[in-house]
Write a protein that binds this ligand. Structure first.
Ligand SMILES: [Cu+2]
Length: 594
């Protein structure tokens, strides 16, 4: 208790310091747009337009990006990325391209709810230093590379899914922290030549505050070009980028829609979210939006996607939600349509060389943080068509993710198609390393998700969230701690990840992809890769804890370094469900050049 109070006092001090440093920037006339207009959003029912895009030229993508926030009259806080006035642009690069991104922190507002979040820690990343001296540089400022400062107005970037080193100015999130008033901070790295073509994304990753910033809208897509070379069937197809975000309920106190069946009263968990009622109906924990068009509870007025009748398109869908699982389906009339899945988490299914490039399915589960890319055969003119998310059973202790509409698909001959993918059939270079499924693991580790309940009889009373290496005592994540796991460059390892809690979690690791081997003891040996996977929940009656077995790949030189793995439900991550891994270089192998 005392510790928490000290932490809060330190937080306040840092906030005051940050505010004092930020003040001159925003006091300067004309320095920034009026803060009320920082993050405009379309109203419910709007047409879904494509996110603005910035493309690399001659091998370089150079852009300035601002992160802004503003508090709405209802006290909720919106966050948004802006580049030359364009909100949350999609970054488009080719393998081998250089990204030069200058991030300016223009956050001005702290959400008081964030400061009260469980598990929030103010520990500086440099052991032995107090918060406002940690990472001090000789000029008297705080070195953003070493600061590790974690406040509601700190920020940084994670490039989710990219195999880029966990180093400052690249994809490092443990110590990198940029404050308001800091000069623009440069992210500068080259996309690896062998980065699979597909959909990735960027979002902030400040421990204790990721959830508020992402929930407020701080996220954007990143596309590595060339998917048509891995999957010739998508060459020339119009490509539609759809970013699904969640946000606090617009109408939290509204009664259920009259069209809904009567469902048991929703329990509310300590974060104020609706707990799973297991029916597929009832109030959701969060509203969803699609390219920022909200689809709010209780009536879910669908956004509108205009397509040319009967056109085949590639849909590239990112679940940028802070804590909402998706289960996507497309329904024409009453019939679920076949979706041609071509890539998961940025990696084409064809990349493994083991499988047909397309898997036709009628629904696709997407954990928070994950991406799916699939071929859609558009409806004919006049056919009622709806893009929906079906319910996800998140367990007794989980959030309510009910059935709901996202967008109606309106087929019209005068619809403007999004730009088409190039027609390039030059095959991608063959993989330089053997397929992960064919490599013997150097060792097996076991980790487990768990929660500490205030009241063991109430699954909604969770107060602390852990991911623990089996054999060690559960502890909330602290960036000042040493690594929980030390692995060796060049190895592959099998990890059994268990879930001892009564809610679904989504395991994610930075800097690499993995292969799903077993699901609850049954071999699945997926012939493709992921960077985020659901770990099924414990129902209290099973003889063993549910688990997944995944094969981790530490063979890429860019995966050497110290980085994190965590639950991608950001409330859980912020509350401590995160661990540190160090992949040690091997002297007989190359590492990424500095
Ligand atoms: Cu979780």
């Amino acid at each position: 208790m005392q510790c928490a109070q000290l932490g809060r006092a330190a937080a306040l001090l840092l906030l005051l310091l940050a505010a004092a440093r930020a003040a001159p920037v925003h006091a300067r006339p004309g320095a920034a747009a009026p803060i009320e207009e920082a993050c405009p959003r379309p109203p419910p029912g709007s047409i879904v337009s494509q996110p603005p895009e910035v493309q690399s030229r001659d091998g370089v993508l150079k852009l300035d990006l601002q992160l802004r926030s503003y508090r709405r009259p209802d006290r909720s806080v919106r966050y948004c990325y802006l580049s030359a006035g364009a909100p949350a642009p999609t970054l488009r690069l080719h393998p081998g391209d250089l990204l030069e991104l200058r991030l300016k922190n223009e956050l001005t507002d702290l959400d008081p709810a964030a400061a009260a979040m469980p598990g929030m820690t103010m520990t500086p990343a440099v052991p032995g230093a107090d918060a406002h001296h940690s990472g001090a540089d000789p000029t008297g400022g705080i070195d953003p590379c070493r600061s590790g400062v974690m406040t509601g107005v700190s920020t940084n970037l994670h490039f989710h899914g990219l195999t880029v080193p966990a180093r400052c100015h690249e994809d490092e999130v443990l110590k990198t922290s940029i404050q308001p008033g800091d000069p623009p901070f440069e992210y500068r790295f080259r996309i690896p030549d062998n980065e699979p073509p597909g959909l990735y994304w960027y979002h902030p990753h400040i421990h204790g505050f990721s959830s508020r910033q992402v929930l407020g809208g701080a996220s954007g897509a990143l596309i590595i070009e060339g998917i048509e070379r891995a999957v010739p069937q998508v060459a020339g197809l119009p490509e539609r980028v759809l970013v699904i975000r969640d946000q606090d309920l617009l109408n939290p106190n509204a009664p259920p829609s009259k069209s809904e069946p009567v469902v048991p009263h929703n329990l509310i968990d300590r974060d104020g979210d609706s707990a799973n009622n297991g029916t597929g109906f009832g109030r959701p924990a969060k509203d969803l939006s699609i390219n920022f068009v909200p689809v709010p509870w209780p009536d879910y007025p669908p956004a509108r996607i205009r397509v040319k009748p009967g056109t085949r398109e590639l849909w590239r869908v990112l679940n940028a939600s802070a804590l909402t699982y998706l289960n996507l389906a497309l329904i024409y009339g009453r019939a679920p349509q076949q979706l041609g899945l071509v890539a998961i988490d940025g990696v084409p299914l064809a990349s493994s060389g083991h499988t047909v490039p397309i898997t036709w399915v009628d629904h696709i589960g997407v954990p928070p943080g994950a991406r799916v890319e699939f071929i859609v055969n558009g409806p004919g003119e006049g056919v009622p068509a709806m893009f929906v998310t079906r319910t996800v059973d998140t367990g007794q202790g989980g959030e309510n993710d009910p059935n709901r509409a996202l967008a109606s698909i309106v087929a019209a001959p005068d619809a403007t198609e999004p730009p088409a993918l190039p027609v390039d059939h030059a095959p991608l270079p063959a993989a330089a390393l053997p397929w992960l499924g064919d490599v013997q693991p150097a060792r097996v580790r076991k980790l487990y998700f768990s929660e500490k309940l205030d009241n063991p009889n109430d699954p909604n009373s969770a107060s602390a969230f852990f991911i623990t290496v089996d054999g060690f005592a559960p502890k909330a994540f602290d960036p000042a701690d040493g690594p929980d796991i030390v692995a060796r460059q060049g190895d592959v390892e099998d990890w059994i990840i268990e879930n001892r809690s009564t809610e679904l979690h989504a395991f994610h690791i930075h800097q690499l992809h993995f292969m799903l081997l077993d699901w609850n003891g049954a071999p699945v040996n997926e012939p493709f890769l992921r960077d985020t996977v659901n770990v099924p929940y414990f129902n209290g009656r099973m003889l063993e804890y549910p688990n997944v077995r995944v094969r981790m790949d530490f063979r890429d030189p860019d995966s050497v370094g110290t980085f994190v793995y965590h639950c991608h439900l950001l409330e859980h991550e912020d509350a401590g469900m995160m661990g540190i891994i160090r992949v040690e270089p091997r002297s007989d192998m190359t590492t990424a050049p500095p």
